[in-house]
Write a protein that binds this ligand. Structure first.
Ligand SMILES: Cc1cc2nc3c(=O)[nH]c(=O)nc-3n(C[C@H](O)[C@H](O)[C@H](O)COP(=O)(O)OP(=O)(O)OC[C@H]3O[C@@H](n4cnc5c(N)ncnc54)[C@H](O)[C@@H]3O)c2cc1C
Length: 449
């Protein structure tokens, strides 16, 4: 074991896994196949372990990475030769139904969060796969089923407990450390190790949702029907499109509507979609909120080769539908998909300056999800996803969701994702809180020198 890992073992109550043990460490169970092997992993049990990891990383100049839910497709959780601070043990969720607040620990997943809040019939905007981490998703922005009613996950965040890169502990909210609180709402893991997140929670108990699928040849008809309603959808309804393949490997277009409410509430929109062309697959049903948040879990295979890329769009016209269908047909892997998330309602109404996210002005968020198994096909799959984003560049609405950016996104890309004003403000706050860039295994905003 390295000197610093021994030092860590002596100074923490958490479990320290050395390089030879990291393979077996629970923290290495990551959504994306790891790009690197950390030299050691500290499975934290509490705030003093977080402080010990920061101390050792500083003293021994060890690269530090943070693991919450382990869902980063860019696999930022595993810093090569460095120390992975595994926060997944800190997954307590406490709910105060009278104050309409919930507090999640740094390692809680959306499954943990939804289960706890649903005991009181309450929820807040969160990920639509139950194993995704609350912390990583929220710090980047957080797109979910409740976005039309309650905005992004960051719009529901009311406070965060943070261990700063100098080891001190603080709580950021609207009144205390307001700059830090603003930066945490979109600026990702750049500013500190978040140990707890407090959210506003709202009534939501059932969701009418599922998949509607059509053969890809019908993409123009289906998207025309979708477009006819998309801009006037009520806040309780959101709907995403998927260009990809069905369960039989046939090219397909899918719509995933999510209506917060019963079948009658959902009927006008769902019947309109069904009428645009008869779907070949239709799993729409009214589900309990927690069930609506995990029915896509089986599609999220772990430790696969993945490469994500992203852009935004003002509209989704026939020309763009032609481009997307052509890319589905040329995809090197049948597992790969192009997801289109639509924004309207609260997510679009909230003042863009109130948080650090740089994409809420767009009508559509494009999220290209390349997934494959063959190690020999890495270059082809990455090129497919990147070329699509280049092809869409002339149509981009600007900005991007940092949680969907690829690992190889350079500073120009990250700056463009936030927009210049937001990026410069984030950079000034980074310089204040993390002048040595201790937290750099992320979509990094480097401090000013
Ligand atoms: C199957 C799947 C479904 C998804 N669904 C959605 C979705 O519905 N909506 C959506 O918006 N996004 C979604 N995402 C994307 C998701 O927001 C990002 O992958 C996010 O990084 C996941 O957070 P995590 O904590 O699970 O990841 P991790 O890999 O554990 O962490 C990723 C990064 O987040 C930062 N971070 C994590 N924890 C902390 C902390 N405690 N303090 C400071 N920084 C921290 C660090 O920079 C870390 O490297 C999905 C991803 C996957 C794989």
């Amino acid at each position: 074991m390295t000197t610093w890992a021994e030092q860590l073992r002596r100074s923490t109550s958490g479990t320290v896994y050395s390089r030879s043990e990291t393979r077996e460490a629970p923290g290495m169970d990551l959504y994306a196949r790891p790009h690197a092997t950390p030299a050691a992993i500290l499975a934290a049990r509490g705030i003093s372990d977080v402080q010990a990891a920061i101390r050792v990383a500083r003293e021994y100049q060890v690269p530090l990475s943070l693991r919450g839910g382990g869902h980063s497709a860019a696999a930022f959780a595993a810093a090569d030769g460095g120390l992975m601070l595994d926060l997944s043990g800190l997954r307590d969720v406490r709910v105060d139904p009278l104050r309409r607040r919930a507090r999640a620990g740094a390692g809680a997943t959306w499954g943990d969060y939804d289960t706890a809040t649903q005991r009181h019939g309450l929820a807040s905007t969160g990920g639509i796969v139950s194993s995704t981490g609350v912390a990583g998703l929220t710090l980047g922005g957080g797109i979910g089923a409740l976005r039309g009613l309650h905005g992004l996950a960051v719009d529901n965040l009311r406070a965060a407990d943070v261990v700063l890169p100098d080891g001190s502990v603080t709580r950021a909210d609207a009144d205390h450390e307001p700059d830090l609180f603003w930066a945490l709402r979109g600026g990702g893991g750049n500013f500190g190790v978040v140990t707890g997140l407090e959210f506003a929670i709202h009534p939501a108990t059932e969701v009418t949702t599922g998949l509607l699928a059509w053969p890809l040849e019908q993409a123009q008809t289906v998207t025309a029907g979708y477009r006819a309603r998309a801009d006037e959808l009520p806040d309780h309804t959101v709907a995403d499109l998927v260009f990809g393949h069905d369960d039989h490997g046939e090219p397909a277009i899918l719509i995933i509507p999510r209506v917060i409410g019963d079948a009658a509430t959902a009927a006008p929109f769902i019947e309109h979609l069904r009428a645009s062309a008869p779907p070949i697959d239709d799993t729409i049903a009214t589900r309990a909120y927690t069930a609506s948040q995990n029915f896509l879990d089986t599609a999220a295979r772990w430790r696969q080769r993945v490469y994500w890329n992203t852009t935004t769009l003002h509209h989704l016209d026939e020309n763009l539908v032609d481009i997307l269908t052509a890319y589905v047909r040329s995809a090197p892997s049948l597992d790969s998909k192009i997801n289109i998330e639509h924004f309207h309602g609260a997510v679009s109404r909230i003042d863009p300056a109130s948080t650090a996210v740089g994409f809420r002005h767009a009508a559509y968020n494009v999220f290209v999800e390349a997934k494959w198994d063959d190690p020999g096909a890495d270059a082809d799959n990455r090129a497919w996803a990147s070329e699509l984003i280049q092809t869409l560049a002339p149509y981009s609405a600007g900005g991007a969701y940092v949680n969907y950016l690829p690992r190889d996104a350079d500073q120009e890309r990250i700056r463009a994702a936030y927009g210049p004003r937001t990026y410069e403000r984030l950079r000034a706050i980074k310089t204040m809180y993390d002048p040595d860039n201790l937290l750099r295994a992320n979509q990094n905003i480097p401090p000013e020198r």
